[in-house]
Design a protein around this ligand. Structure first.
Ligand code: PEP
Length: 256
């Protein structure tokens, strides 16, 4: 089964609107030759529409970093799926570990957000991952299994066609520590196996599973060469056009 390679950049809480437009423009210029790799950039909410203006005629897709599941109402500070769509976004990161850790995101809220995103034509990038303590306790696969089951509760194989999974070990995010390609591959393989159990083999084979956690130009090739690693969710290294574009070029060259 041929899966696309997807490289997404999570800008987190970085960049004013003018800085965001500048970075988006640099990324656009440096990836003009990319034809096979799917590219997504996820600026903060405030910069979504301004960044869309820069990339709308390019192959780069726009994604948001979070959303709320209600359509509208008295939910101060929240952003709906419809609002995201109106900026030009077609992806949304759901359940990033920073949201689980600092903002009380649970398996239930992740599940609600995924369903709402899909109902509104947004493709969720669903993040799962274990903490260092959980890895040391040898419960990585149990933790990931619970997160995946919770996230995908009530979803159909058709829904999964529009879902990307990102395996992001929490201990590797923003720490400079990367899972070895073998460690990452082991978990990716298990995630695919679980998706097969839940939604069928065909669905599992078609699901894009990204790795995230200190991906840089120097380690991208060894990670992306693994059989079940279909792309990367990049944090720190996506804030510089050079390093983000380099990772994309590595993916493009490796296209399975
Ligand atoms: C992330 O936050 O999704 C991430 C992978 O960050 P970093 O690349 O900085 O570890």
């Amino acid at each position: 089964m041929k899966r696309s390679i997807v490289i997404a950049g999570n800008w987190k809480m970085h960049k004013t609107n003018s800085e965001a437009q500048q970075l988006a423009n640099q990324i656009r210029m440096k990836t003009i030759d990319i034809t096979k790799t799917r590219m997504i950039i996820c600026p903060p909410f405030t910069a979504l529409a301004p960044v869309y203006d820069i990339i709308k005629d390019s192959a780069i897709h726009l994604g948001a970093q979070n959303m709320f599941w209600e359509k509208e109402g008295a939910f101060t500070g929240e952003i709906s799926a419809g609002m995201l769509k109106s900026t030009g976004a077609d992806y949304v990161i759901i359940g990033h570990s920073e949201r689980r850790q600092y903002f009380g995101e649970t398996e239930e809220t992740v599940n609600k957000k995924i369903k709402t995103a899909l109902e509104n034509g947004l493709k969720p990038i669903v993040c799962v991952g274990e903490t260092l303590e959980q890895r040391e306790e040898n419960i990585t696969l149990k933790v990931i299994g619970k997160q995946i089951r919770g996230a995908f509760d009530g979803l159909t194989p058709e829904d999964l066609q529009n879902v990307i999974v990102a395996y992001e070990p929490v201990w590797a995010i923003g720490t400079g520590k990367t899972a070895t390609p073998e460690q990452a591959q082991e978990v990716h393989f298990e995630i695919r196996k679980l998706i097969a159990e839940l939604l069928g083999r065909e669905t599992a084979e078609a699901t894009v599973i990204q790795y995230g956690g200190s991906v840089k130009p120097g380690n991208a090739e060894s990670l992306l060469s693994q059989a079940d690693i279909d792309g990367a969710l990049v944090g720190g290294a996506c804030l510089k056009a050079d390093s983000f574009a380099e990772i994309i070029h590595i993916a493009e060259k490796l296209k399975k």
